[in-house]
Design a protein around this ligand. Structure first.
Ligand code: BGC
Length: 554
């Protein structure tokens, strides 16, 4: 029988733990099926915690696992306080938290508060309730579909409007995403009170952090684009206060797909979210790689404002969604589509639904370079499950499911993911000749000292030895060659120079490093001492897509 929730303490109490974290993003459904029903589950995830720990990961972010019709893969929540029975129960969840913490792994879960499923009892109650009543006002209603005209449609491939007519309520309801996901009404104080209750429910169980999904859209006002409104920040401050008043060392991670100057608002004065994704830098890593030119990255880093000291950027290459192209210019978007989405099926909404390895044409040097950048550029890196072995995708699957296929463990049936009959699997595993489970799997890569998996482990290990990567400042370093990206990360006594060749040809570069005259840099991945920095610009050569991490302090 499930036990009542018990608070579980962490392995260390540094409130800034997230600054040194290496996060692994995983979907319960996709990782490991312990009971043979074709869906991954918490018991399966627990069995694979040693694997996650062996990668050097320090924190796991799990996608929504709550009861849901699964029309948006669980972001359509029908019950905020339970576990989807396909994935396990609350007892399994608590065991998972305990087992993760025992291995020094923190856990981030999802607090999806912008919207619920239309199957949530709050919505079912609201549509039956009298217009103007508190119950009805849990959601945003209107007699016309003409309000808030300036708000864009996010799921533009499927949704014609942000309003949908409800024949039961005889009114339109507001939704920024799918029409089966009505937006909660944060002008109603009862909604925030309920959200705080839900938040505490999970924090009481020992969850270390909450990803705040789709946070810019909490409030709507006519005459605005209904994003990033001041009232939204008031809500976030209240939520943070409720967390701080009751818990220690917990975290909010903001999902705000916005320009840097708007995202930084989600840090507040250190009194909103501690972390936020750096959405604009992500597509520019791909852009710069394809253009073989560092300027797109340098420019966006220059446009990234300083953030409060106790806050942190979250960096990523891929995730469970499309590679979003909302935070690029129209020209850059056209370039990205031409470069990375040669087939129309690869596009969805405003983005590209592909995984890391296929995006990079399965090139090991490119994959290493991009990981080298995301692990050194700024903030805390997030790795998407399967990318550590170079998993592919299946663009024939609908929506974003092509990048959510089962984890590939070995060459056994269903790639070792599940013992279920093939037809019962939530999704076919990849079986193509390039990235199918026979070609790409954990077991084979564990046995191969030169595999991508072992390379990822090694690079994470190096990164973890230097706090400068998680906590340091970013300073671009001038050099003679636009194909070379060079920057310094500096924290306390530590100074690390990163030099990366974005070109597919060997390059030479002269770096302006006068400040470090007399220093012989140490390349920390290979433990190799380089020639001394002298009076003239420091000249290096790099093979195609090579990068160096050079320690400049002694
Ligand atoms: C999630 C998506 C989801 C959307 C609507 C996003 O922020 O990352 O996967 O479809 O919210 O719920």
């Amino acid at each position: 029988m499930p036990q009542p929730p018990k608070p579980i303490t962490h392995t260390d109490s540094d409130p800034l733990w997230f600054k040194d974290a290496i996060i692994y993003q995983v979907h319960i459904k996709s990782f490991f099926d312990s009971d043979g029903d074709g869906y991954g589950d918490f018991v399966g995830l627990i069995q694979k915690l040693d694997y996650i720990q062996s990668l050097g990961i320090t924190c796991i972010w799990i996608l929504p696992f709550y009861p849901s019709p699964l029309k948006d893969d669980g972001y359509d929540i029908a019950d905020y306080e339970q576990v989807n029975p396909t994935y396990g129960n609350l007892h399994d969840f608590q065991t998972f938290i305990k087992e993760a913490h025992q291995r020094g792994l923190r856990v981030i879960t999802e607090l999806v508060i912008n919207h619920t499923s239309d199957m949530h009892p709050w919505f079912q109650r609201a549509r039956l309730a009298e217009a103007g009543s508190k119950e009805r006002d849990f959601y945003v209603w209107s007699d016309t579909d003409q309000k808030y005209k300036d708000a864009r449609i996010i799921f533009c491939d499927t949704e014609p409007s942000n309003w949908t007519w409800d024949p039961v309520a005889k009114a339109f309801y507001w939704h920024r995403f799918f029409s089966h996901q009505p937006d909660l009404n944060f002008d109603n104080p009862d909604v925030l009170a309920e959200v705080i209750r839900v938040m505490k429910h999970w924090l009481d169980m020992g969850v270390d952090g909450l990803r705040l999904d789709a946070i810019p859209y909490l409030i709507e006002r006519d005459g605005t684009n209904c994003e990033n409104l001041p009232e939204t920040h008031v809500i976030l401050k209240e939520l943070r206060k409720a967390m701080e008043d009751n818990y220690e060392s917990r975290l909010f991670l903001a999902e705000a797909n916005q320009w840097p100057e708007d995202v930084v608002e989600y840090f507040g004065n250190g009194d909103e979210c501690q972390m936020a994704y750096h959405f604009p830098v992500m597509p520019r890593l791909y852009l710069a790689l394809h253009q073989q030119d560092s300027r797109a990255i340098i420019d966006i880093m220059a446009r990234t404002p300083a953030i409060p000291e106790q806050c942190q950027w979250a960096m990523f290459l891929r995730n469970h969604d499309e590679l979003t192209l909302e935070m690029v210019t129209d020209d850059e978007r056209a370039y990205m589509y031409a470069a990375y989405a040669e087939e129309p099926r690869m596009k969805i909404n405003v983005g590209i639904r592909r995984r890391l390895a296929p995006l990079l044409k399965y090139s090991r040097p490119r994959i290493e370079l991009m990981n080298g950048l995301v692990l050194s550029l700024l903030g805390t890196p997030i790795l998407y499950y399967g990318d550590e072995i170079g998993m592919g995708d299946n663009i024939q699957l609908w929506d974003r499911n092509g990048v959510r296929t089962p984890m590939q463990w070995n060459c056994d049936r269903n790639g070792g993911f599940s013992k279920a009959p093939f037809a019962n699997l939530y999704s076919p595993p990849l079986m193509d000749i390039v990235t199918g489970f026979e070609a790409v799997n954990v077991e084979a890569q564990q046995a191969n000292p030169s595999s991508l998996l072992n390379w990822i482990r090694a690079i994470i290990d190096v990164r973890k030895k230097y706090k400068a990567f998680g906590r340091g400042t970013f300073e671009a370093v001038n050099n003679s060659n636009h194909k070379i990206l060079s920057y310094i990360r500096r924290f306390e006594e530590q100074t690390i120079l990163v030099v990366a060749n974005l070109a597919q040809s060997a390059q030479s570069v002269a770096l302006e490093l006068a400040e470090f005259k007399g220093v012989s840099p140490l390349e920390i991945k290979g433990d190799a001492v380089f020639h001394e920095i002298g009076d003239s610009p420091y000249v290096l050569t790099l093979s195609p897509h090579a990068f160096y991490w050079l320690k400049l302090d002694s």
